[in-house]
Design a protein around this ligand. Structure first.
Ligand SMILES: *[C@@H]1O[C@H](CO)[C@@H](O)[C@H](O)[C@H]1NC(C)=O
Ligand SMILES: *[C@@H]1O[C@H](CO)[C@@H](O)[C@H](O)[C@H]1NC(C)=O
Ligand SMILES: *[C@@H]1O[C@H](CO)[C@@H](O)[C@H](O)[C@H]1NC(C)=O
Ligand SMILES: *[C@@H]1O[C@H](CO)[C@@H](O)[C@H](O)[C@H]1NC(C)=O
Ligand SMILES: *[C@@H]1O[C@H](CO)[C@@H](O)[C@H](O)[C@H]1NC(C)=O
Ligand SMILES: *[C@@H]1O[C@H](CO)[C@@H](O)[C@H](O)[C@H]1NC(C)=O
Ligand SMILES: *[C@@H]1O[C@H](CO)[C@@H](O)[C@H](O)[C@H]1NC(C)=O
Ligand SMILES: *[C@@H]1O[C@H](CO)[C@@H](O)[C@H](O)[C@H]1NC(C)=O
Length: 443
């Protein structure tokens, strides 16, 4: 298979690289952590990651403490250590000013301390970075090339989400920043960091390529009755060759979500809890846009207590008013060559959900105006476990708007049971002959 040759080469190159690794932590200071040797494993996204050039200087930042804003001295460190240095962040920092770090070239960030974003809502609403894409905003954005951010299992990024979730409870248009945005980063990694309580999504990977995410722990938990809002683990957007692996996620929205123009993505070794699934989409929301999600391999993951384990959602060909602030449909494009393999479902409402009528409850209307987005070459292999009682005896639903727009669906060795011990699948508007062993009912 395609992967095998690349992996062998990757391991050989990695071995050479590890032996020659120039970066060493300062021996006088035990708190400086060194860049870990993490590589995509067992699968890679189809090409080797670029090798990071040596780092030859360090810039340490002493935290001001007492909640004072460390943003300007952190920015200075990035300027001083750009082009071949390591920024050492081993204290407890507060960031209260938006940071544009999209000018980076060959830098490492050794984060053994913590970064907390001050919850100054008025400041951030006015000064966060604003994106058109889903009205998202950012505290800081990191871009350029060859950037490795590592936390050695102890570094923390705290989004201080609670005041934002509380604010959202009375103002649903409150613009809540994403905790970490990679925007235009070519070559880089984020590893070994604990992220807690993002006001919005945990991570957005946009306009980026050759990115490795590994050994992360993401936890979002509200301390009162206002729920955590959004908290997607990672969203990929306009990005190519991204590997997200070996991490633990406890949240309330998508564990990983592939947004428009996500290609050559591998997601492996994730343990997701409480989410909305590892999801493709939603796509096709905007009439004037062409959305592509292609070559995605989702391997060896577990999902529990979520709405879905595997999920693909695209809008139909007709404008649909779904929720007060969520409407769309009619956008074109395609979802192609997506594999979910080795996936354990525990107590999720649906083990698999494919929906080509997203946001449209009138099925007749959806069939009259089939989606302008095709879904094809979809593989479900070795998926097992249980679903919740929510749709019992059904365990999954695959609803297309037209067989012309949904084809080449395959399932093999899928064995998921509902609490009643049943496994019924809703299948409509596509050729189900590739679904081995499915007990399909319509509608
Ligand atoms: C809600 O938050 C937005 C900014 O995100 C602000 O423009 C708007 O005025 C706020 N609305 C209320 C009622 O506070
Ligand atoms: C991605 O790149 C586009 C084009 O340069 C830019 O408009 C956008 O702000 C960037 N970031 C995101 C998150 O869309
Ligand atoms: C996605 O890629 C297609 C094809 O290159 C392009 O037409 C479209 O504008 C891209 N969409 C976004 C959101 O960048
Ligand atoms: C699956 O992922 C887990 C981490 O969640 C890892 O320990 C295990 O080795 C992986 N198994 C395979 C077959 O890749
Ligand atoms: C489909 O995606 C897989 C990764 O999941 C990749 O190995 C394979 O080359 C892709 N197939 C085609 C025809 O591009
Ligand atoms: C669904 O749409 C069809 C076609 O427009 C229409 O005839 C029907 O009344 C609609 N059903 C409901 C429940 O709105
Ligand atoms: C989108 O789909 C609708 C209904 O199926 C069709 O009338 C329209 O021409 C399509 N638009 C594009 C851009 O493909
Ligand atoms: C089917 O999936 C199970 C996991 O539920 C795995 O243990 C088994 O090896 C798979 N069988 C085949 C024939 O691949």
């Amino acid at each position: 298979m395609f992967w095998k040759a690349t992996e062998a080469t990757a391991i050989a190159i990695l071995a050479t690289f590890a032996a020659a690794k120039p970066f060493v932590a300062s021996p006088s200071d035990g708190s400086i952590i060194s860049r870990p040797d993490v590589e995509p494993f067992p699968h890679n996204s189809g090409r080797l990651r670029p090798v990071s050039s040596p780092r030859t200087k360090t810039c340490s930042v002493t935290a001001l403490g007492g909640g004072e804003d460390d943003a300007s001295q952190i920015l200075d460190a990035f300027h001083n250590c750009n082009s071949g240095g390591t920024i050492v962040l081993d204290g407890d920092y507060t960031i209260a000013t938006a940071l544009d770090l999209t000018f980076l070239d060959s830098v490492d960030v050794a984060l053994s301390g913590s970064i907390t974003f001050k919850a100054d809502i008025n400041y951030w609403v006015a000064n966060s970075f604003k994106y058109d894409f889903q009205s998202s905003t950012a505290f800081w954005k990191i871009g350029g090339k060859d950037v490795n951010i590592y936390g050695g299992g102890v570094g923390v990024i705290d989004g201080n989400g609670q005041p934002w979730w509380d604010g959202f409870a009375s103002n649903s248009s409150l613009l809540r920043p994403i905790s970490l945005v990679l925007d235009g980063l070519q070559g880089g990694s984020v590893t070994g960091i604990r992220m807690i309580n993002p006001p919005n999504w945990f991570n957005l990977i946009a306009n980026s390529s050759d990115i490795l995410i590994s050994d992360m722990v993401l936890t979002a938990k509200s301390s009162n009755s206002n729920p955590v809002k959004n908290s997607d683990g990672w969203d990929t957007y306009r990005s190519d060759h991204v590997v997200i692996q070996n991490s633990v996620i406890d949240n309330t929205d998508d564990c990983v979500s592939f947004k428009p123009n996500s290609t050559n993505i591998v997601v492996q070794g994730l343990n997701c809890h409480g989410s909305h699934g590892i999801s493709v989409g939603s796509l096709g929301q905007y009439v004037e846009q062409y959305d592509i999600v292609e070559n995605v391999y989702i391997y060896n993951n577990t999902m529990s207590d979520a709405s879905d384990a595997a999920r693909i959602k695209v809008w139909p060909g007709v404008h649909s008013d779904f929720e007060p602030i969520l409407s769309g449909g009619g956008g074109s494009g395609y979802v192609k060559n997506i594999t979910y393999e080795k996936y354990e479902s525990t107590n999720n409402d649906w083990a698999i959900e494919v929906n080509q009528c997203y946001g449209q409850s009138n099925k007749t209307l959806c069939e009259l105006y089939p989606s302008n987005m095709t879904i094809s070459d979809i593989y479900f292999i070795d998926i097992w476990g249980t679903t919740s009682s929510k749709y019992d005896p059904k365990v999954g639903t695959l609803v297309c708007s037209s067989p012309e727009q949904c084809y080449n669906f395959y399932a093999k060795n899928v064995s998921v049971t509902s609490p009643k011990g049943k496994s019924q699948w809703v299948c409509s508007n596509f050729d189900t002959s590739g679904l081995e062993g499915f007990d399909c009912i319509s509608g």
